[in-house]
Design a protein around this ligand. Structure first.
Ligand code: ZN
Ligand code: FE
Ligand code: FE
Ligand code: ZN
Length: 268
């Protein structure tokens, strides 16, 4: 039985469905538990962008998930948050960590610079802007992701090689990008996500790539399998595919979270 800890809500303005609809799909698909992790509010002037909850909505978000937990009991519904990691803004994450009784915090890198979210289709032209663009974007992405992992602020980190979303990858062996992140994860003890969302993006594969997943296993980094659902029908989507990949890489357990404590659950 698997958990799906990366689920969104309408508070981020680009997801649909009520939490209990996500619960219903999770039960129907045989998941053991779920957790919500909507896009975190950010400090400073708002709106920060058009795809996250406002700071004023955070209490509403927490109330909504805790109410869903009560209504779904005994089916476990965990309270999480997908936090945008921006180097230099670590203190904001520390503040957010004290704002609610989180079961886990997810660290994500979407922003490479202010206003430059690497997975936003409106910037797709940047990948082909020059001969060295893809290499530069990957260097910037992995530098930020390594810092996200090394920060020790998160229980797990999301969609590891998100920079490949539109199918642009530098040529050759990509392990040079992965190595510092895997070393940082092994050092800090953070878990990493295997996300089925990439299967439905132009790249058409799991995040992470098979080579990175093997490196994660070699470094004994715990994994979670997530859908990154933005609609109820996406809960647990393609988990058979992710489970096969995780097993093929040698994993025997996935991580579970409650009250920011982790335990390992054997794969059935
Ligand atoms: Zn989203
Ligand atoms: Fe994300
Ligand atoms: Fe997400
Ligand atoms: Zn996400």
């Amino acid at each position: 039985m698997l958990a799906d800890y990366h689920l969104h809500t309408p508070l981020c303005h680009h997801a649909t469905g009520e939490p209990l609809e996500y619960v219903a799909v999770a039960r129907a698909r045989g998941l053991a538990e779920i957790g919500f992790s909507d896009h975190s509010p950010m400090p400073g002037l708002e709106p920060f962008d058009d795809w996250r909850m406002a700071r004023a909505d955070l209490p509403r978000y927490v109330d909504m998930i805790l109410a869903a937990r009560e209504a779904a009991a005994p089916f476990p519904v965990r309270l999480g948050l997908e936090c945008d990691f921006i180097p230099g803004q670590e203190t904001w994450i520390e503040q957010v960590a004290r704002m609610a009784p989180w079961d886990y915090l997810i660290g994500s890198v979407h922003y490479l610079a202010p206003g430059w979210d690497v997975d936003n289709p409106k910037w797709i032209g940047r990948f082909t802007a020059s001969d060295t663009a893809v290499e530069e974007i990957w260097v910037g992405y992995w530098r930020a992701y390594e810092r996200c992992v090394a920060s020790g602020l998160f229980d797990f980190v999301a969609h590891p090689d998100l920079a490949k979303k539109f199918g642009f990858r530098p040529p050759g062996d990509l392990r040079r990008f992965y190595e510092p992140t895997v070393e940082a994860a092994a050092r800090t003890g953070v878990a990493m996500e295997v996300s089925t969302a990439g299967l439905h993006k132009p790249v058409g594969e799991l995040y992470p790539a098979p080579e990175l997943l093997s490196m994660m296993h070699a470094a004994t980094i715990p994994v979670v399998i997530s859908s990154d659902a933005h609609a109820p029908g996406e809960v647990g989507r393609d988990f058979d595919h992710a489970l096969a990949a995780v097993r093929a890489a040698g994993f025997t357990h996935t991580a579970r979270f409650e009250g920011r404590r982790r335990r390992l659950e054997p794969l059935f």
